[in-house]
Design a protein around this ligand. Structure first.
Ligand code: NAD
Ligand code: ZN
Length: 284
């Protein structure tokens, strides 16, 4: 553990420009299951069926009770989630001027809840609505979302499900148009401003912290590859091997929340054996 902490500290100190790229794994220890984990709602509701507009429309027509179960499960999980030490360390690093931005694939808003300010959300945010007519984005207040959750839990048929969906997606405050949750479903494009800024940050950084992502969902997964092509080093924190592990300068094979909990606690008394004897570095 100490070796990983000091190795990461050294890389951060040496880097003039560092950004983080995060995925579902950083929120796992906040109680939000990842897509590819063994447990959780995704096993019961395959994202391939429920993660796109057509699948959702079919579920609404033919399996409204199941869709209501999925929606209330997601909303309940997101509402209960709190930032974990990984979110908190990233916010602190930004405050200390050691991290320029967090590029995230998550839609849970936990980076902002922890205090990060430069957050680029590639897949949107579940607690934001987007007007389908004028594009205006509006935050959803948590209190209102808890109220919708109550309605959703009772929604056993299409009429009630529709009612709860309308309760969540209030009409646009500017033009009165329809709104939808501001999240990117499979088959939809990424928000251009966020994606372009993320590509810029990836091209500029010298160090990228790749945290809790399988890095297989494109086009978001281009981001760390752009960083690599620009000559940046990658630090991967993920208990599993991912598509990027072999290209990482340093792989820390631990859950991100518990690893960064040690970072928050500060250095312990160093034990025997140096970092070099324990760690496998790659590249220059
Ligand atoms: P993924 O499910 O494909 O991969 C998750 C990765 O996290 C895996 O490599 C896994 O080994 C790792 N992981 C699991 N627990 C971890 C932990 N405690 N610490 C560190 N790593 C851990 O997720 P992805 O790459 O983000 O892609 C899935 C897509 O699903 C994304 O586009 C995202 O938008 C969406 N999603 C978001 C949330 C969220 O907002 N919290 C949750 C699930 C899925
Ligand atoms: Zn509008």
């Amino acid at each position: 553990m100490e070796e990983y902490l000091s190795a990461l500290g050294g890389l951060l100190d040496a880097s003039p420009y560092t950004v983080a790229f995060t995925g579902a794994g950083v929120s796992a220890e906040s109680g939000i299951p990842t897509f590819r984990g063994d447990e959780g709602i995704w096993k019961e509701y395959p994202p391939a069926l429920y993660g796109n507009l057509l699948g959702l429309a079919l579920a609404f027509l033919f399996r409204p009770r199941r869709l209501a179960g999925l929606a209330s499960g997601i909303l309940d999980t997101l509402l209960r989630a709190r930032p974990n030490p990984c979110h908190r360390v990233l916010a602190r690093l930004e405050e200390e001027g050691r991290l320029r931005a967090v590029i995230t694939q998550n839609i849970d808003g936990l980076h902002q809840a922890a205090g990060s300010r430069q957050v680029l959300e590639l897949h949107g945010n579940a607690f934001r609505l987007r007007c389908v007519r004028c594009g205006r984005r509006t935050e959803v207040e948590r209190e209102r979302a808890w109220g919708v959750l109550e309605t959703l839990r009772e929604a056993g048929n299409r009429r009630r499900l529709l009612k709860s969906m309308r309760e969540y997606t209030l009409p646009c405050g500017s033009c009165g148009g329809r709104t939808r949750p501001d999240v990117v479903l499979f088959g939809e494009g990424l928000p251009p401003a966020e994606f372009n800024r993320s590509l810029e940050e990836a091209g500029r950084c010298r160090l990228m912290l790749v945290l809790g992502t399988s890095a297989v969902v494109y086009p978001a997964a281009m981001i760390p590859r752009v960083a690599l092509e620009g000559g940046a080093r990658l630090v991967v924190v993920d208990p599993s091997r991912t598509a990027l592990t072999s290209q990482a300068h340093l792989h820390i094979p631990l859950p991100a929340g518990s690893f960064f909990a040690h970072w928050l606690r500060g250095p312990d008394t160093p034990g025997p054996g140096g970092a070099e004897t324990q760690l496998q570095f790659k590249g220059p």
